[in-house]
Design a protein around this ligand. Structure first.
Ligand SMILES: Nc1ncnc2c1ncn2[C@@H]1O[C@H](COP(=O)(O)OP(=O)(O)OP(=O)(O)O)[C@@H](O)[C@H]1O
Length: 287
């Protein structure tokens, strides 16, 4: 079976720039996987999301090399309509996601479906479901531009969920959200995973991210892929002093191991709170 998403030696340079924003990106994502992307600011995370959604090269030109396929078919063989049904993209900046042509939040949530030619009866039903799911009833009649950043982010997420694509790209979906909103979004990511959806998640809140992802891609400051694989395996080769941040559980583990409080494992490290607690418990039981 073809992987759902496959990138082969992808290299990209924005127009009028000398430096490549992405270099040697190569990975395969199977259906139902939750994939995380991490790297410092400017390492190319958003650029990579734009490549997977084909905003690069359809919207941003520049020099794109290598191949990108979805379900075994090169991206340039998909129509824009097909892509918007297949890949839902929640932008880092929710302001850019607001269409500007709808007067109310409810209409805004249904706008993507409207563009896909869905009947108004179905749109109403779907929009009502999203308003309910994300607790947006208090703001459903407001103008989308009158919302706070966090509310705009929720509306953007509702509009993409309404389309029900197979692949979701979340580019820092919780950047504008308070802790309650953040928890809600991660619950939704969990639900999408249990429904077999495929999720690409860019997120600086590593501790939270680690609870949900199956595979992790690490980019360095040059936009180069420096690691791809299971987070607990690939993070075993990183130390705290390197450019990428590490989850708290991994840092605690490394410090304890450095002080010989627990044995050093070279091939696998804890990445979540549960895993570090389990590791310490297991060690205590063996003593
Ligand atoms: N439209 C553009 N034209 C030229 N260069 C760009 C453009 N957009 C981004 N870049 C450059 O490409 C590189 C990668 O940027 P990108 O926004 O993808 O990084 P990022 O990892 O998502 O950063 P952040 O964590 O700050 O969101 C940066 O050097 C950035 O300055």
């Amino acid at each position: 079976m073809n992987p759902l998403i496959e990138l082969n030696d992808v290299l990209y340079r924005y127009p009028l720039t000398r430096k490549s924003a992405l270099r040697h990106i190569q990975f395969k994502v199977t259906s139902g996987m939750v994939m995380g992307i991490i790297g410092v600011n400017g390492s190319g995370k958003t650029t990579l999301c734009n490549v997977i959604r084909s905003f690069i090269p359809n919207f941003y030109q520049g020099d794109l090399q290598g191949t990108v396929t979805l379900k075994g078919k090169p991206l340039n063989q998909y129509s824009e309509t097909e892509l918007s049904q297949l890949v839902g993209y929640i932008f880092q900046n929710p302001f850019t996601q607001i269409s500007g042509v709808k007067d109310t939040v409810a209409e805004e949530i249904g706008y993507g479906l409207e563009n896909l030619g869905v009947s108004s009866k179905k749109i109403q039903k779907r929009v009502a479901k999203m308003i309910d799911l994300l607790n947006l009833s208090d703001i459903k009649d407001k103008n989308p531009f009158d919302l706070s950043g966090g509310q705009k982010q929720m509306v953007a997420i509702a509009a993409i969920l309404a389309i029900n694509p197979e692949i979701f790209i979340f580019d820092e979906p919780t950047s504008q959200l308070d802790p309650a909103g953040t928890t809600k979004i991660f619950k939704i990511i969990q639900q999408l995973k249990s429904q077999g959806k495929t999720v690409i998640l860019v997120e600086h809140k590593l501790d939270l991210m680690m609870q949900y992802i199956d595979q992790l891609l690490v980019l360095d400051e040059q936009g180069q892929q420096i690691a791809w694989g299971k987070p607990e395996e690939i993070l075993a080769s990183f130390t705290e002093n390197q450019t990428i941040a590490l989850p708290t559980a991994t840092r605690v583990y490394q410090r304890m191991a450095a002080q010989h409080l627990i044995p050093i494992a070279t091939n696998k490290v804890p990445v979540t709170q549960d895993e570090i607690v389990q590791t310490i418990q297991n060690f205590q039981e063996t003593r």
